[in-house]
Design a protein around this ligand. Structure first.
Ligand code: ADP
Length: 367
């Protein structure tokens, strides 16, 4: 932010502006639209162009004059209060050059500059300009959100679409076999069909999410929900020669969940485990459930991969964290959002036998 030096007092006002910001160090980066420095009589010793423009003036028209010309309603009583408290914040009406009102917030703090008491005022425009800026910010946020959801959707749909392709290829191959088995082909097409259903459920959930900002949760047994999610990724694990052990025996296991979302988390964790192990000689994955303190149920996906790369350890669950050449870096952040929306927790820790264990815990529903 530029400052306007008063011809009479240069260079003190520039120092004052700097000190003013230092005095307000508790709110670094806090947004304000203009800054003004007053002496103890209330005369404007420095004002930046942005602050002057808020009132419709050029800075030179204000320098040296009483701050009261800009804030007729303000009694400047902050001068008495300051010294006792580090800063004061007031919502007041300013007066523009054209006579219109400037609703503003004034945040005043006292500084001592070259032995002189000065008051530094940070001005926030609460009127139209702020409103317009907030709208712009809101629109930018919404675009961000839509962009992230699109990335997430691409990520979630990739799995069922890949599986559909695999099943259709199998079906085509079976058609060319000498001892053609209608039953085998029908089963393969049923599998493809289940994946189409899953893709449409993902789309439905997303539509619900956009429409209502929430998704429906129903009481479900977690073990079978995870078992189905495991079936979704069976072909992927087999393709990469990963030996999978499944121990889903925690009891009780009733949780209030959105089934598809929890399955998305399991699919994400399993796919990451498979991908992590693709260059390892030992490729074992264990999916299990267990109870924590009797009121939480945990699900663990353990792999024998290389462990977590150092560079992502601290921000695993943040968006766009990836070490994969074609990774989107959204799988774990989406998983965390889903688990937290279920009042649960998700974390990762080293697998004692080598590799990583990704776990999430959900509150058990009352029976
Ligand atoms: P993506 O898979 O697109 O990279 P994720 O959010 O799913 O995005 O994963 C982020 C990063 O976390 C991965 O790129 C990888 O570095 C690391 N990671 C995730 N799961 C594992 C795992 N089981 N073993 C080792 N590293 C993992």
């Amino acid at each position: 932010m530029r400052s306007q030096n008063s011809p009479k007092t240069s260079p003190a006002p520039r120092a004052a502006e700097g000190e003013g910001r230092a005095a307000l160090g508790a709110t670094p980066g806090a947004s304000f639209d203009g800054i003004v420095a007053l002496d103890s009589r209330g005369a404007v010793r420095s004002i930046n162009d942005e602050a002057a423009a808020l009132f419709g003036y050029a800075a030179e028209e204000i320098l040296g004059r009483d701050f009261g010309m800009l804030t007729p309603e303000s009694d400047l009583s902050f001068r008495d209060h300051l010294g006792k408290t580090p800063s004061l914040r007031r919502r007041i009406d300013g007066l523009r050059k054209d006579g219109s009102v400037l609703p503003m917030e004034l945040d005043v703090s006292e500084v001592v500059c070259d032995g002189e008491r000065l008051f530094i005022g940070l001005i926030r425009d609460l009127g139209q300009r702020r409103f317009e800026r907030d709208i712009q910010k809101l629109q930018a946020n919404r675009l961000d959100l839509i962009e992230n959801m699109a990335a997430g959707l691409a990520h979630e749909l990739k799995q069922p679409l890949t599986a559909i392709g695999v099943y259709l290829n199998f079906a085509r191959r079976y058609l060319n076999e000498k001892d053609l088995s209608v039953q085998k082909i029908a089963e393969t097409l049923d599998n493809a069909d289940a994946q189409v259903f899953r893709a449409s459920q993902i789309m439905d959930n997303l539509r619900q999410f956009i429409a209502r900002g929430e998704t429906t949760k129903t009481p479900q047994n977690l073990n079978p929900v995870i078992r189905t999610a495991c079936a979704f990724t069976d072909s992927l694990a087999k393709l990469h020669n990963v030996k999978t052990t499944i121990n889903l025996d925690a009891s009780p296991d009733i949780v209030l969940i959105n089934k598809v979302q929890i399955q998305q988390v399991v699919v994400n964790l399993k796919r990451n485990a498979v991908e992590a192990m693709q260059n390892c000689a030992r490729r074992e994955m264990r999916v299990s459930t267990g109870l924590i303190d009797g009121d939480l149920i945990r699900a663990d996906v353990a792999d024998t991969g290389p462990g977590l790369p150092d560079e992502v350890k601290d921000r695993l669950f943040e968006q766009f964290t990836t070490t994969k050449p074609h990774g989107l870096g959204v799988g774990l952040s989406i998983s965390r959002s889903i688990i937290e929306a279920h009042n649960g927790k998700i974390w990762a820790e080293p697998n004692p036998g080598g590799g990583t264990i990704f776990s999430f815990a959900l509150p058990l529903a009352a029976r």
